[in-house]
Design a protein around this ligand. Sequence first.
Ligand code: SF4
Ligand code: SF4
Ligand code: SF4
Length: 302
Amino acid sequence: MNISRRGALKVAALGAVAATGVREAEARERPVPPEDATGMLYDSTLCIGCKACVAACRRANELTLERDSTLYDDSVDLTGHTANIIKLHQGDEGYAFVKQQCMHCVDPACASACMMGSFQKRENGIVTWVPDKCIGCRYCQIACPFDVPKFEWDSPLPRMVKCQMCLDKAGGQEPGQLRDGVDPACCEVCPREAVIYGDYEELKAEAQARLDANPERYNPRVYGLDDLGGTQVLYLAPAGVEFSDLGLPEYGPESVPHTPVGLQHKIYKGFVAPVALYAVLAGLTWRSRRQADAEAGQEVAT
Ligand code: SF4
Ligand code: SF4
Ligand code: SF4
């Protein structure tokens, strides 16, 4: 059987990728939040939908309204103009508000998808966007299971807009660090303390304490403890309201980056898939070589 040098190189490269896939899958463990992780707890039963947090977030992030309205902040979805919105769910059991923003995933799909390393899991486990590295491919936007990062389409120097937990911009610290001793703007202004900022472990304990103290008030689950690999923004919902009603996906405990690695592991297990692929490639090469030889023979005969 003849196989070209280019074909041989291609097969060798495929083998190397396959081997890497196996090694990565074997090495990858489920990430956990760092020891000093911070986060947020949003309690939908306390939120009155005043949107003070939306306005404060816009100011803190130097974002402008998409419409020229001075009356009311009427954003209906996350866009390149807003990193934080409040939505209203109305169902048979009544209504509930929900705050939508970056979840600061424990195993962030945006950071996995970004080939330039522009999305990074940083100090305290906060996920940030580094402008200098971004080429605007928007893979992060496609990868995020919460549909969070948004591109600033109408800016000459566009950003990927998302919550960065109010990083310090005014100085006093290294640029891009968390604000020292100051809560994020949305938590600072909330008149009901419906959203609070703090140590991740303490927030987990606080969420559980609220469920234990008032079981009739709440959906009995804390969203984010296990969902999609865990998130550093946790949610409590009113009794009778499902998290999916609030737009929070119920995809189970595996993170998005963990799933393809697990899938690779299955595909490459026992090297069955690479060997099968090699056989198909070799078969195609042999068939095209035979066809070329037959055509050459016909030309000589005529
Ligand atoms: S932490 Fe800051 S950036 Fe994030 S939603 Fe709150 S105000 Fe906006
Ligand atoms: S919610 Fe989306 S943008 Fe935020 S950390 Fe998770 S994957 Fe990244
Ligand atoms: S400021 Fe607080 S109460 Fe008002 S909409 Fe935001 S989270 Fe809800």
